[in-house]
Design a protein around this ligand. Structure first.
Ligand SMILES: NC(=O)c1ccc[n+]([C@@H]2O[C@H](COP(=O)([O-])OP(=O)(O)OC[C@H]3O[C@@H](n4cnc5c(N)ncnc54)[C@H](OP(=O)(O)O)[C@@H]3O)[C@@H](O)[C@H]2O)c1
Length: 181
């Protein structure tokens, strides 16, 4: 069953971070005032987040307050603990995609917000993503961490929404559909 969701920003050439893992390019254009670009409505439809270890570490390096009101699961085979300040907010999960998904489902969370390039690519490989909200920052950065990667099978999506913001950003929502639409 495809029930998970992506909400992410990329460069025009499809990178979610530069070669050093920095996301500074996301701030190239000032964000629209008094507009969350659909983020809170998106968060309403998910039950929990599944974040890759690298995205989690990048987030921690920002030193900002924890922004998530929903449970967050950190997928890692290498971390052995979550910082104490995040007890009750973030939880470590280990194992294969199927094991991690089952563990989170068993805790009562069905629809996940997937965050991190490798996490998203893994779930695309397993064809378990229902929607992708992708905000394109119109900048070419040339190299970095890609949003998309190799797939065993081609996956067809339908663009259900496109919005151009005054600052030049473009946001598109893609829904997974069968090959014939
Ligand atoms: N542009 C945006 O909106 C946006 C959003 C989120 C993140 N980012 C950026 O993206 C970068 C991180 O993305 P990333 O693709 O490098 O890494 P990631 O997906 O955040 O994390 C990768 C790690 O998660 C665990 N993991 C992921 N898939 C797994 C699988 N199938 N099986 C087992 N473990 C798995 C592994 O942890 P272990 O190695 O510990 O086992 C893996 O090394 C950061 O620079 C972050 O700032 C950008």
């Amino acid at each position: 069953m495809k029930k998970h969701h992506v909400f992410i920003a990329t460069s025009l050439d499809g990178y979610i971070a530069d070669a050093q893992g920095s996301v500074g390019f996301l701030d190239t254009f000032p964000m629209p005032e008094n507009d969350d670009m659909g983020y809170y409505a998106f968060m309403e439809k998910v039950d929990a987040l599944l974040m890759g270890r690298k995205s989690f570490e990048t987030f921690l390096s920002f030193g900002v307050d924890w922004p998530y009101s929903k449970p967050v699961f950190i997928w890692s085979q290498t971390l052995d603990k979550i910082p104490g300040a995040l007890t009750g907010k973030a939880e470590l999960v280990q194992g294969t995609l199927a094991e991690v998904e089952a563990l989170i489902h068993d805790k009562g969370f069905q629809q996940l917000y997937l965050d991190g390039g490798q996490v998203i690519q893994s779930f695309l490989q397993a064809d378990k993503i229902q929607t992708m909200t992708i905000t394109t920052i119109p900048i070419l950065i040339g190299e970095g961490i890609r949003l998309f990667g190799p797939l065993t099978n081609q996956l067809c999506f339908q663009c259900t929404q496109t919005k151009r913001y005054e600052n030049g950003l473009v946001q598109q929502v893609f829904e997974r559909v069968a090959p014939s639409i």
